[in-house]
Design a protein around this ligand. Structure first.
Ligand SMILES: Nc1nc2c(ncn2[C@@H]2O[C@H](COP(=O)(O)OP(=O)(O)OP(=O)(O)O)[C@@H](O)[C@H]2O)c(=O)[nH]1
Ligand SMILES: [Mg+2]
Length: 320
């Protein structure tokens, strides 16, 4: 169903033809996020773990593991050196290229701040794009208390990702502490992992091959984007899920400054109905730039009962 720049994803098939997807965890945190998905039984595509740290790679879970930069790091990590992370990719270029072959969408996961994830994620994005895949990166920014080296690494990597990925989004770890200030570090990382994985899971559930031309046109070269997530239920009002997602968007931006939106709902089997969801999406669409493109879809599942989750990605006009 298409409607003045609005396209609904995941329509019309009981056993839809899915685009091929690779999910690449870069560095320790990226691999941990990916392993968490595997532990929960979520297959998001071909799970690829890439790290300079041999020990960590051994203990992680993925379909394919690639140790990079053994010659420069001796298999012991980069010790927070981005340049070493980048060099490590070049050492194992062929393996990295091979794992991206014939993949429609490459999702890149990393915790920015160290040397491996921050160095490797933008290189993977560049390689994926060069091969004709749509490259989407989702990464976390370090906690403020982690210090300036990690912050500077993250900022440099964030800029590189915005340049090389089709769509790049960041989630600040500090926001994990907003729900509860006495959260353990482990719990905070688990929440951070969830914030990266929810959009990937929904994308995986929704996208069909038929959607790909729309998705490519809308997202190709969109660059740095803004991610928000929200939830509600029947009692509080379904519209609050999308409003909450838009209010939580990082970095903060108003829809009126944007020309691209991707809205994914996770809803119960029967409600809210498609019409209600579409009206919510249309409201957002009409508040954006004239000529904006909006992609949306809903994944329904009995376990949601009368709850609704909304994930929103907004981007300004593509520059490339
Ligand atoms: N979500 C999540 N974030 C993590 C986890 N462990 C660390 N982080 C975050 O990710 C950032 C990068 O850390 P690592 O992934 O360990 O670093 P690396 O990319 O392996 O880089 P080097 O070890 O320096 O080569 C940290 O600064 C933390 O903010 C984790 O298990 N889950
Ligand atoms: Mg590491």
């Amino acid at each position: 169903m298409s409607h003045d720049g609005i396209h609904r994803m995941g329509q019309g098939a009981d056993s839809p033809d899915r685009p091929s997807m690779a999910v690449v965890g870069c560095g320790g945190a990226g691999c941990n996020t990916l392993a968490r998905a595997s532990e929960r039984g979520w297959t998001l595509g071909n799970h690829v773990a890439v790290n300079t740290d041999a020990q960590h790679l051994l203990s992680t879970r993925a379909h394919k593991k690639i140790l990079i930069g053994r010659q420069i790091t001796g298999g012991r990590g980069t010790n927070m050196d981005i340049a070493v992370g980048e060099q490590a990719c070049h050492e194992n270029r062929d393996q990295l290229h091979a794992v991206l072959a014939e993949t429609d969408i490459v999702i890149i996961l990393a915790g920015l701040g160290g040397g491996t994830g921050s160095g490797v994620a933008p290189v993977m994005a560049k390689m994926a794009r060069k091969r004709g895949s749509l490259a989407i990166s989702l990464s976390t920014l370090p906690f403020s208390v982690e210090g300036s080296t990690r912050r500077d690494n993250a900022m440099a990597s964030q800029a590189n990702l915005a340049q090389h990925a089709d769509l790049s989004m960041v989630v600040p770890n500090d926001t994990m502490l907003e729900s509860s200030s006495n959260l353990s570090l482990l719990d905070a990382f688990a929440l951070a992992d969830e914030s990266l994985l929810e959009p990937v899971r929904l994308l995986r559930r929704l996208l069909t091959r038929e959607d790909m031309p729309w998705v490519r046109t809308a997202l190709n070269g969109a660059g740095a984007a803004h991610l928000g997530r929200g939830g509600s239920d029947r009692r509080r009002g379904y519209v609050k899920a999308l409003d909450g997602a838009i209010a939580s968007i990082f970095p903060p931006i108003g829809p009126n400054a944007c020309s691209r939106a991707l809205v994914m709902f996770h809803a119960g089997r029967d409600e809210p109905d498609d019409r209600t969801l579409f009206e919510m999406v249309r409201g957002l669409h009409l508040s954006m730039d004239p000529g904006a493109r909006t992609l949306w879809g809903v994944h329904r599942d009995d376990l949601m009962e009368d709850r609704l989750r909304a994930v929103v990605m907004l981007a300004t006009k593509p520059k490339r």
